[in-house]
Ligand binder design. Structure first.
Ligand code: PMP
Length: 431
């Protein structure tokens, strides 16, 4: 083992050399140095605002649903490590990946039968888009190359996913003009609105000749604004896509594996897509892996084409460690009353955030499953809000006008109450 470096030295090297998400270079002196993580707690290498341990209210961006350093997941990785950490997937296969694919087919909606194992959520969206475009090319409709999506969405940071992120004021505004031009519908309202549904149908009908697919985040639009919408819109999309010959892609990278109270958010509307993307909580947040599932119709269509293969094959496809821990994480989830736990968290967030709704400057408070969102009528002062949550012993990552939490499902009631207290502190920070 190398000599450990002092925290100050690590932070200096970090600032000089390490890019952080959406960060400048050289970096800011802002990140907290995490030494270890266990259960729902992140242990800091040096205290910040009087705290050396923080309750994680973010599940490391939706992923660590079972918390950190879980004995079952640790064992799954260790057991696999002794056999094989990685092997190329071209011409070779292995039990962890096969088991995982079969498991995903078993737990996702019935028509999804084929699984492409990728290494990140963004890439799983890239693969979904390639599947859809290639399907139409293979069945003799090469003009169907565009995507329709909702404003206010977020599907990842690589090229095709960026083209279907919120085009205005969003994170990828810089690239408008260079990205593929997609078709945008207004973000869906929270409640069902028949007139909006009609406009959605008309937009799909009007662009049907050029649309390969509609791609949306079902029920919860995450990083694009943490908005919830009526599940009925998913049925509207399904019907319009069927009527006009357009594929339907659900991006459940954030919502999958129980987060909204059903295993997949599309279950709120009993609607199944032609292509499904999952990631994040797939491995319980342990390793980088995502997956794109599709129906036999999509796969058969591709197979009938001039190029009868899906031309995609990342080096770390089907990584055995990630596959093994994904299998263990899914078994762990389904082997317990996960729905009861998510309901408990939903009730705790509703109770804990109710009083935040009355604070000055708070525009909206919304809770669904294990997701709690407070929207302000102003931009959050990120430094002040983050300091306020850390002072409360909680890790949150407010952005734009939002303070939000999606805690691990194993967060107990006392810790949940502290998370709600931190949301409250962030909502009033800097005022
Ligand atoms: N789609 C959605 C809905 C997401 O929330 C994210 C990640 N925030 C992605 C895609 C991209 O996933 P990744 O960061 O693993 O590339």
């Amino acid at each position: 083992m190398p000599e450990p470096l002092a925290p100050a030295e690590l932070l200096r090297l970090d600032q000089d050399h390490v890019w952080h998400p959406y960060g400048p270079m050289p970096g800011r002196a802002e990140p907290l140095l995490v030494e270890s993580a266990s259960g729902v707690r992140l242990r800091l290498a040096q205290p910040a605002h009087g705290q050396d341990e923080l309750i994680d209210g973010m599940s490391s961006w939706w992923s660590a649903v079972h918390g950190y350093n879980h004995p079952v997941l640790n064992e799954a990785v260790r057991g696999q490590l002794d056999r094989m950490s990685h092997v190329m997937f071209g011409g070779l296969t292995h039990e962890p990946a096969v088991r995982l694919a079969a498991k995903l087919v078993e737990i996702t909606p019935e028509p999804l039968r084929h699984v492409f194992l990728t290494d990140s959520g963004s890439v799983s969206v890239e693969v979904a888009v390639k599947m859809c475009l290639q399907y139409w090319r293979s069945v003799g409709r090469p003009g169907k190359q565009r995507l329709l999506t909702w404003r206010g969405g977020y599907h990842g940071d690589t090229w095709q996913p960026m083209s279907v992120c919120d085009p205005e004021g969003g994170m990828h505004e810089l690239w408008q003009g260079a990205l593929p031009r997609q078709v945008f519908a207004d973000a869906p309202p929270a409640e069902y609105d028949a007139a909006y549904a009609d406009r959605l149908r008309a937009l799909i009908a009007g662009h049907a000749d050029e649309l390969a697919a509609v791609i949306v985040e079902p029920v919860v639009q995450g990083a694009g604004g943490m908005r919830f919408h009526a599940p009925e819109y998913l049925r509207v999309l399904r019907e319009a896509c069927d009527e006009h010959g357009v594929l339907l892609v659900f991006d459940e990278i954030a919502t999958g594996f129980g987060r909204t109270g059903t295993l997949f958010a599309s279950e709120h509307a009993s609607v199944s897509p032609d292509v499904l993307c999952v990631g994040k909580a797939l491995t319980g947040g342990y390793l980088s892996m995502a997956a794109t599932l599709c129906t036999s119709e999509v796969a058969d269509g591709i197979s009938r084409g001039e190029v009868p293969v899906l031309a995609h094959g990342p080096t770390f496809m089907g990584n055995p460690l990630a596959s093994a821990v994904a299998c263990a994480s899914i078994d762990l989830l389904l082997g317990q009353d996960w729905q009861g736990e998510v309901k408990r968290i939903e009730a705790g967030l509703k109770e804990g955030l109710a009083e935040v709704a009355g604070l000055p400057g708070v525009r909206d408070v919304r809770v669904l499953g294990a997701i709690g969102v407070v929207q302000l009528d102003r931009e959050v002062d990120m430094a002040a809000a983050t300091a306020a949550t850390v002072r409360e012993g909680v890790w949150l990552r407010p952005f734009r006008d939002l303070i939000y939490t999606m805690p691990p499902y194993v967060t107990n009631d006392a810790d949940l109450a502290r998370i709600c207290g931190a949301v409250r502190a962030a909502a009033t920070a800097g005022t």
